[in-house]
Write a protein that binds this ligand. Structure first.
Ligand SMILES: CC/C=C\C/C=C\C/C=C\C/C=C\C/C=C\C/C=C\C=C\C(=O)SCCNC(=O)CCNC(=O)[C@H](O)C(C)(C)COP(=O)(O)OP(=O)(O)OC[C@H]1O[C@@H](n2cnc3c(N)ncnc32)[C@H](O)[C@@H]1OP(=O)(O)O
Ligand SMILES: Cc1cc2nc3c(=O)[nH]c(=O)nc-3n(C[C@H](O)[C@H](O)[C@H](O)COP(=O)(O)OP(=O)(O)OC[C@H]3O[C@@H](n4cnc5c(N)ncnc54)[C@H](O)[C@@H]3O)c2cc1C
Length: 668
């Protein structure tokens, strides 16, 4: 049977080479080929069916996710997949499960914090999955405040052991993924006590990581350990495939050599030693690594929601303003729909490029760390924390907006959007609450501003070198066209960020106690951090455009996206630009007018731009976002695929409806 492409007319409007754009989106021809191969491997394997997921109860859902993870492992072995291929395989299976934490946090924690000897011992076991690990840092009473962790690790010199203990209910390890039911091992963060002395009361060497054997062979907990799942989470399927766990220790003994020993050590004699040339922040290194990975992946999550909403908007017709009866307007042709949808489409591309840059920065930092050069660690921390926060918040808000952009049908599970929202929303919390992370960025920015004159700002904060110019020269825009120039846009974002940072730094200086000032001004400081991070995203997009980008019309289409992203932010945050005095109201209104012109330029390319994400229908799992656009018959069929429609008479009908109809309620 010939397949009908209901979006063909839209696809024919494209003004650029979609295949070339696919390469840009993927990062390289090799990446495109790799992702395509893994996506199709998953899409064509019945084991990875996922449409029934939201209908399953927790125990079935969990078993189902274990089955998929086992199939995935089998494929990795049978096909001899590399770690990189296996990572994409997991990504396209699209179901949070214990391997995410095993590969994403447990192994990186050992790599980053273990001594050479420890790595040699534990990494092969972990990579072969002979042990399965998780990352147990958060406690019931302490999530953001890592320094407040209460779990203790007391050294017993006589037996050459550490005794791990949870002294209070609030010290219960709480939330670690993979911990509740599956893991055999954990990297546990605890407060170190040697010779009755708490180390580093002032902060920096309080907490150490331990790898220790959690379960016996028969998978019952070791004596002294209580373990379980934290309970059902938001959304039906969503994150409930993960066994986020709880863990308590009652004086559990582990050998001394299970303390991760790269940053500091405890000797056989009970002497605490801290490596002089390694900063203590390295124990936070796993979080830096995962925050970077989240930024690298988040654009895919947003692109998925945007793809669904764009395709549905390009199919569904509503009435025109002149006739409320005859449906003629495609939803995508409403200016108001475009002003909500197109900035999200542009954001997906913006996040992709900033993710690529962050990966480069992180790779560079990692190489430096290996050579004991820690000079770029503060910038890496601020950039990973800030961009994780900015991009996940925007993505989660964006998914919710896409749901609304699809009207009532977006609210149906079959649209794929509710589950995507539910699975993504905790990204604003895990790996650091987004506000807490923005406050870390603000600390970095304020510190950089305060040090002007005796320390050269580098990398993402190098704009602060030109503080004088940025504070005193106002925007030169005179026409709408002036707004579509890369250097002008970047300068506007630099001026806004610099002016906000300087104002906040001056306000902070008025406080006798800097910490009190920081706390009282924290809402303003978050805005400073947002301005700094948005500057990074905009400038990385502009830098991307300066590269050689092959393919007919590809660069031009990206330019439109870049300016949409930037001018949308100028419009959304025009208060910042006006209050800091950088823009006049006229210039702000020219930016908004130019934005509307850019929307009309983006419009013909909209479907091609989402096709360039190269998402399979399996990955999208959305009736309204299907590639062929054949929405209505499938939407209708999806309703009847719901087991609730198996019968006209639901359970309880005879018992609870008949008595009402027959007016025999008294018998109940
Ligand atoms: C939308 C969905 C999209 C995408 C998701 C898709 C895919 C993900 C793909 C792969 C990932 C793989 C697996 C994970 C997947 C999902 C996640 C699942 C699990 C989640 C796990 C967790 O949540 S683990 C627990 C995470 N916990 C936190 O993040 C806690 C947050 N708190 C902190 O980090 C710290 O406590 C703090 C930074 C807030 C404060 O620490 P403190 O010690 O008090 O420090 P300060 O006094 O403020 O600062 C002291 C100096 O240290 C510097 N610093 C702080 N942190 C770091 C760091 N990490 N690195 C380097 N330096 C650091 C700070 O700047 C200070 O420096 P000074 O120079 O000013 O002294
Ligand atoms: C799905 C999921 C998976 C997780 N997986 C893991 C895991 O594998 N391993 C692990 O160790 N942990 C894990 N976590 C825990 C996660 O890291 C914490 O939830 C996170 O760090 C936030 O801590 P919290 O929940 O205690 O929130 P809190 O710190 O209690 O924050 C609550 C509120 O207080 C605000 N707040 C807190 N501190 C400050 C401050 N200093 N200044 C201003 N505002 C503040 C926050 O902005 C937020 O609004 C997971 C969490 C979730 C939801």
């Amino acid at each position: 049977m010939e397949l009908v492409d209901h979006l063909r007319d839209e696809r024919n409007k494209a003004q650029f080479d979609v295949e070339a754009m696919k390469v840009v989106w993927a990062g390289s021809p090799q990446e495109l080929q790799l992702c395509d191969r893994m996506a199709n491997l998953v899409a064509n394997h019945p084991a990875f069916e996922k449409l029934k997921r939201p209908m399953l109860v927790r125990k079935e859902l969990f078993k189902n996710s274990l089955r998929k993870a086992a199939y995935a492992r089998k494929l990795v072995i049978d096909l001899g997949l590399s770690e990189e291929e296996a990572k994409w395989l997991r990504f396209y299976i699209d179901e949070p499960t214990y391997p995410d934490l095993h590969w994403g946090m447990f192994i990186p924690a050992i790599e980053g914090q273990g001594s050479e000897e420890q790595k040699e011992k534990w990494l092969p076991l972990s990579r072969n999955m002979q042990i399965i690990g998780c990352y147990a840092q958060t406690e019931m009473g302490h999530g953001s405040n890592v320094q407040g962790l209460e779990t203790t690790a007391t050294f017993d010199a006589q037996q050459d052991h550490f005794i791990i203990h949870s002294p209070t209910l609030t010290s219960t390890k709480w939330w670690p993924g993979g911990l509740g039911k599956v893991s055999t091992h954990a990297v546990v963060y605890a407060r170190l006590i040697v010779n009755g002395e708490f180390h580093g009361v002032h902060g920096w060497y309080n907490y150490y990581s331990f790898s220790f054997f959690l379960y016996l062979e028969d998978h019952s907990p070791l004596p002294g350990i209580t373990v379980g799942d934290v309970g059902l989470k938001f959304g039906n399927g969503a994150y409930n495939t993960m066994d986020n766990g709880l863990l308590r220790f009652h004086h559990v003994r582990i050998p001394r050599n299970q303390m991760l020993m790269r940053v500091s050590q405890v000797s056989r004699e009970g002497k605490y030693m801290q490596c002089d040339d390694v900063p203590r922040q390295l124990i936070y290194g796993t979080m830096v690594s995962v925050r970077q990975t989240i930024v690298a992946m988040v654009s895919r999550t947003l692109s998925r929601a945007v793809c669904i909403a764009t395709r549905y908007s390009a199919l569904r017709r509503q009435h025109s303003s002149s006739s409320l009866v005859v449906p003629c307007f495609l939803m995508i042709d409403y200016q108001s729909q475009q002003s909500r949808l197109f900035p999200l489409l542009a954001s997906a591309y913006a996040f992709k490029f900033v993710g690529e840059w962050l990966k480069w920065l992180y790779t560079d930092v990692k190489q430096r760390l290996e050579a004991n050069d820690f000079s770029t660690l503060p910038e890496a921390h601020a950039s990973t924390a800030g961009l994780k926060s900015l991009t996940t918040s925007a993505t989660v808000d964006g998914i919710e907006e896409c749901m609304k952009l699809c009207g009532g049908d977006g609210y149906l599970v079959s649209s794929g959007l509710p589950e995507l929202f539910a699975v993504s929303v905790p990204a604003c919390t895990y790996e650091g609450d987004n506000t807490v992370l923005m406050l870390q960025v603000a600390r970095f920015v304020v510190k950089t501003v305060s040090e002007v004159g005796y320390k050269e700002p580098l990398g993402t904060s190098s704009y602060i070198r030109r503080l004088n110019t940025l504070l005193h020269n106002n925007c030169l825009v005179q026409t709408g066209e002036d707004w579509v120039k890369g250097d002008r846009i970047v300068e506007a974002f630099e001026a806004r960020a610099a002016r906000m940072a300087v104002t906040c730094t001056q306000h902070l200086a008025k406080f006798q106690d800097p910490e009190q000032g920081f706390s009282e001004l924290s809402a303003d400081l978050v805005e400073v951090a947002v301005a700094h991070c948005q500057l990074i995203v905009v400038s990385k997009f502009v830098e991307k455009l300066a590269q050689d980008i092959p393919g007919k019309g590809v660069k031009e289409a990206l330019e439109v996206l870049c300016y949409v992203y930037a001018l949308f932010l100028v419009h959304k945050h025009q208060g910042d630009f006006l209050v800091t005095g950088y823009l006049t109201p006229k210039q702000a209104s020219l930016a908004n007018r130019q934005l509307r012109i850019l929307y009309s330029r983006l419009r013909p390319n909209a479907i091609a731009l989402v096709d360039a994400f190269n998402h399979t229908d399996h990955y999208l799992s959305s009736v309204v976002g299907r590639y062929d656009g054949n929405v209505y018959p499938n939407l209708y069929q999806a309703a009847f695929n719901d087991p609730f429609n198996d019968s006209h008479v639901p359970d309880g009908y005879h018992q609870y409806i008949h008595p009402i109809l027959n007016q025999t309620l008294a018998k109940l």
